[in-house]
Design a protein around this ligand. Structure first.
Ligand code: F6R
Length: 615
């Protein structure tokens, strides 16, 4: 949450910072700001609203074309979104500026102490406390910026990725991270600082990802020094070559990133299994699994920890692991798991699923599991993310950057990875017959084609969206493998269109939610031919006899549900176990079109941010 950008070099900083903020806007978009240095003074412009609002304001306020700048796009934690609480924050002397992603948990006592020493605060933020703490430390012991930042950070509790500038040492930016991501782009005579590499990919393909607890003194024409914040020891940072390209982070002709990402699913699912799934040879090879096969085979239980959409992928995986590999699975909300006293054994395998690899609750659950002696396996999308580094082993989903705040391709690629793991274990354990194992491999290979076919439901989804766009509520029902898809469909609808939606196992409906059904209630029922078809047909009848409006996702050629439903969306046939990869597609499209028709900001829904780095 929150995106930070910094530039120091020979180019004009302002356009780089603004463009960078736009690319990071998925991380938060309730306010934004920039600080430029004109050689004498700090020039700050900040505002409530989006980066485009900032641009409008800064065009009147920022006159310098200096080549040092920092910027911020915010997802509010401390203090409402307004101009004053926006970053950058400036120290009382006016010398220091900071942008910050994270939370300083002990800001209250620090603030009280600074107030006693005469500091005045203008905002409600924890960040303004941090910059004044740095100033106080600097003044007290006459320290250089880097040292002052280090001493101050050793006094704070919380999470941060920061970039700090001091006009007294104008050739330098100090960056540091703990619990929030930070990448440094290393160019020829220039450096870029950002929450991820997207702001600088057209300038350099060399990046250093700071590790937790590290800070960097980034000075022009000097070697960058990276050290541990705690003990000052120097670190030799690894320069990584970036895999990302510009095309991946642009809309490529689509109206929204979400739509682009929905349409990318056939190709990214292929990327996910490429080199891992060898259907003709009957092999699945995933390095993280092969290297730890014994551990997986000896596992008495798999505990999956995740949040949101990733948690839904975990629920699908529960069905798959138990059916294919006969290993008991528990799926936990990371935020609940971490705060109870879970029973974790050394023979448990914990699988953490996270698109961003930065989700604070998932990260905390991993730490807890590791402390209890469990082997922790990560399923992440963002390469080099905190979770991918914190876990003992893992498998990337290779979905490419997901920029739309609502997760789409992350979900289907997570399911693809988890299915491959389950199949690999099933083969090793002999829990699936050889012929079924081969059938699933062959079927996975052609899933991208079927997803492509399912995308052809776009026009139908749009027609149905036009009918239901003003509904205040919506129910989603599914059974078995498609119960988590019902949850995911409801989440998509509520987060981007602000329509209240609930997902339920179809049979649970009669235990309460059925009371909601009347002629105004749209009920989306996932009813593919494979699975508990007859049972779901009965559930549909129950809805129909209470006059609910039925929108059914059915297998091509279905006649029985078609007779009962008000609207049907036809998808290609697959096995029950792989059906979530297909049934989820029309639900993504339906939510997308409803949100567009309601005039909602699809890629940046209100109150949300893409990577949730706070509890
Ligand atoms: C919903 C959505 C969120 C995320 C959740 C976990 O569309 O995007 O529910 O799935 O915040 O995020 P990751 O997967 O990054 O850990």
């Amino acid at each position: 949450m929150c995106g930070i950008v910094g530039y120091i070099g020979y180019r004009e900083a302002y356009p780089i910072v603004i463009k960078g903020l736009k690319r990071l806007e998925y991380r938060g978009y309730d306010s934004a700001g920039v600080m430029l240095f004109d050689g004498e003074n700090l020039k700050v412009s900040k505002t409530k609203g989006k980066v485009s609002d900032l641009e409008e304001r800064a065009s009147k306020e920022i006159t310098t074309n200096g080549s040092i700048g920092i910027g911020h796009t915010r997802w509010a934690t401390h203090g409402v979104p307004n101009d004053v609480n926006s970053h950058p924050h400036i120290s009382n002397s006016g010398d220091l500026a900071i942008v910050h992603n994270g939370i300083i948990e002990n800001y209250a006592p620090l603030k009280a102490e600074l107030i006693k020493r005469g500091y005045i605060f203008h905002s409600d933020t924890d960040t303004e406390v941090l910059i004044n703490l740095i100033e106080e430390v600097q003044k007290k012991d006459n320290l250089k910026l880097g040292k002052a930042v280090q001493v101050a950070l050793n006094q704070v509790v919380g999470a941060y990725a920061i970039a700090v500038f001091d006009k007294k040492t104008p050739n330098e930016i100090v960056a540091a991270r703990l619990g929030s991501p930070l990448a440094i782009g290393v160019g020829e005579g220039e450096f870029f600082i950002a929450s991820d590499a997207s702001p600088f990919i057209e300038y350099t393909s060399n990046a250093i990802y700071l590790e937790d607890g590290e800070m960097a003194n980034i000075r022009l024409h000097k070697q960058m020094k990276v050290r541990k914040i705690k003990d000052d020891s120097l670190v030799n940072p690894t320069i990584q070559e970036l895999q990302m390209n510009l095309e991946q982070i642009e809309k490529g002709g689509y109206d929204h990133f979400m739509l682009k990402e929905i349409y990318e699913q056939p190709s990214v699912i292929k990327d996910t299994y490429r080199g891992r799934l060898h259907a003709n040879e009957g092999l699945i090879q995933m390095a993280g699994v092969e290297d730890n096969l014994e551990k997986f085979l000896n596992a008495e239980r798999i505990i999956i920890v995740a949040c949101g959409t990733s948690w839904h992928a975990g629920l699908v995986a529960e069905y798959i692991f138990e059916e294919f590999a006969r290993i008991p699975v528990e799926v936990e909300y990371a935020s609940e798991f971490r705060y109870r006293n879970p029973i974790i054994n050394s023979k448990d395998i914990v699988i953490a699923i996270s698109q961003s690899g930065e989700t604070a609750d998932t990260m905390a659950a991993i730490k807890l599991a590791k402390e209890s002696g469990a082997f922790v396996f990560g399923v992440c999308n963002v390469v080099g993310s905190s979770i991918s580094r914190e876990t003992h082993a893992g498998a990337y989903t290779h979905a490419g950057p997901e920029i739309g705040v609502a997760s789409t391709k992350a979900f289907t690629t997570q399911i693809t990875v988890l299915t491959m793991i389950a199949l690999r274990l099933a083969k090793a354990k002999g829990t699936l017959s050889n012929s079924l194992f081969h059938t699933y491999l062959q079927e996975l290979v052609i899933i991208p084609e079927k997803v492509k076919e399912a995308l052809e439901t776009n026009d139908r989804a749009k027609e149905i969206a036009a009918v239901f766009k003003d509904a205040p509520n919506c129910l989603y029902l599914g059974r078995g493998y498609n119960f988590p898809v019902a949850l995911e469909g409801a989440l998509k609808l509520k987060e981007i269109s602000y329509i209240h939606a609930e997902g339920y196992p179809a049979a649970e409906m009669k235990h309460g939610p059925i009371a909601l059904i009347d002629e105004h209630m749209p009920v989306v029922v996932i009813a593919p031919k494979q699975g508990h078809y007859d049972k779901i047909v009965s559930n549909i009848q129950e809805i129909k006899s209470r006059s609910g409006k039925i929108i059914a996702v059915v297998t091509k050629g279905d006649t029985q549900v078609r007779e009962l439903a008000d609207y049907v969306i036809e998808i290609p046939e697959t096995s029950d176990a792989l059906s979530p990869l297909i049934t989820t597609i029309p639900l993504q499209l339906l939510s997308y079109h409803i949100a567009v028709m309601r005039g909602c900001n699809v890629d940046q829904p209100r109150n949300l941010a893409k990577s949730v780095t706070v509890e």
